[in-house]
Design a protein around this ligand. Structure first.
Ligand SMILES: [Zn+2]
Length: 307
């Protein structure tokens, strides 16, 4: 995808134009109301645009964004733009609604209420949640997925899909957000239950030599660069800034912080460290949905490039 069109216009839309589009379209896809979206130039299309005008840009979720090139006509999108779905009944997010209350977040055996950052490694936030930018708007989800060399591959920042490389796939189906790094390789799957929170149903992501895996109903597994594996279950946290934090030599489940100075551990976690070597033997069997010998995300991508 070219970064600049034939008129020399960059793909980067100025923040004030984006804000005008978000407000006008009700913070959701104009067709289905999903709160996970991208910006799309429709009038004129990006290739012909000489400037970024809010009037010519709409919010579309990944399904309807891609759908435009398949089954949905520009005419249908223009019609939808006149009555954005998210605005139909106030803010009604029919699809993938992060809700209006600070969500409860469940990832593997760890549950957190009033959490800012779900996962952070050193100074890099990986998955985090922010308050709505306007009254009635949804909570904002952000996640950055990295390759083995520390470069961002795919990012969702404040509900906006910022980059979308060819091999990766973002899909919103009903209340499910699913991200794949390749065919059959789900790296992240999150369900939203409006009014109650988010459940990360599946996760298999790596950063800085750490690998984080979780499956709904199971524990959270962390494979450390040293070969040690940590298994966490039964942790319930309230008012924590970080739910899972790896910092220096520290590995922390539930840390209070600037925004939440009085973190509460409502129930103790069961944390099992499986030492190197022994770990492999005693480690729980990987969930069936995780392929034990699947290459790491970055490796998979570089393999694809070689082909
Ligand atoms: Zn949509």
């Amino acid at each position: 995808m070219a970064k600049i069109n034939k008129h020399g216009l960059s793909r980067d839309i100025p923040p004030d134009v984006k804000q005008a589009v978000r407000n006008r379209d009700g913070f959701g896809c104009i067709i289905c109301g999903s709160a996970i979206y991208d910006y799309e130039h429709i009038d004129p299309e990006f290739k012909d645009a000489i400037e970024h005008r809010a009037e010519g840009i709409v919010l579309l979720c990944p399904n309807h964004h891609r759908g435009k090139r398949r089954s949905i006509s520009v005419e249908q999108i223009r019609r939808a733009a006149l009555a954005p779905k998210a605005l139909e009944q106030g803010f009604a997010f029919e699809s993938f609604d992060p809700g209006l209350e600070h969500p409860v977040i469940t990832v593997g055996g760890v549950t957190g209420t009033n959490v800012d950052t779900i996962l952070q490694v050193q100074d890099r936030p990986i998955i985090w949640i922010r308050e709505p930018e306007a009254p009635g708007a949804p909570y904002r989800i952000s996640a950055i997925f990295w390759d083995a060399h520390g470069y961002p591959i795919l990012s969702i920042i404040d509900n906006e899909i910022r980059s979308h490389p060819r091999n990766w796939d973002v899909e919103v189906r009903g209340n499910l957000l699913r991200i794949r790094s390749g065919p059959g390789q789900i790296v992240f799957q999150m369900r939203t239950d409006p009014g109650s929170g988010f459940t990360i149903e599946r996760m298999d992501i790596s950063y800085a030599g750490y690998r984080f895996r979780a499956i709904e109903g199971g524990p959270l597994w962390v494979d450390h660069p040293s070969g040690v594996r940590t298994e966490i279950s039964g942790a319930e946290m309230d008012k924590v800034e970080y739910l899972v934090l790896v910092s220096g030599q520290e590995f922390v489940i539930g840390r209070a912080g600037r925004r939440a100075p009085s973190g509460l551990c409502k129930s103790g976690a069961t944390v099992t460290h499986l030492p190197k070597g022994k770990g492999k033997k005693n480690a729980p069997p990987a969930p069936a949905s995780f392929r034990p010998h699947a290459p790491r995300v970055g490796e998979w991508l570089s393999q694809q490039r070689k082909e």
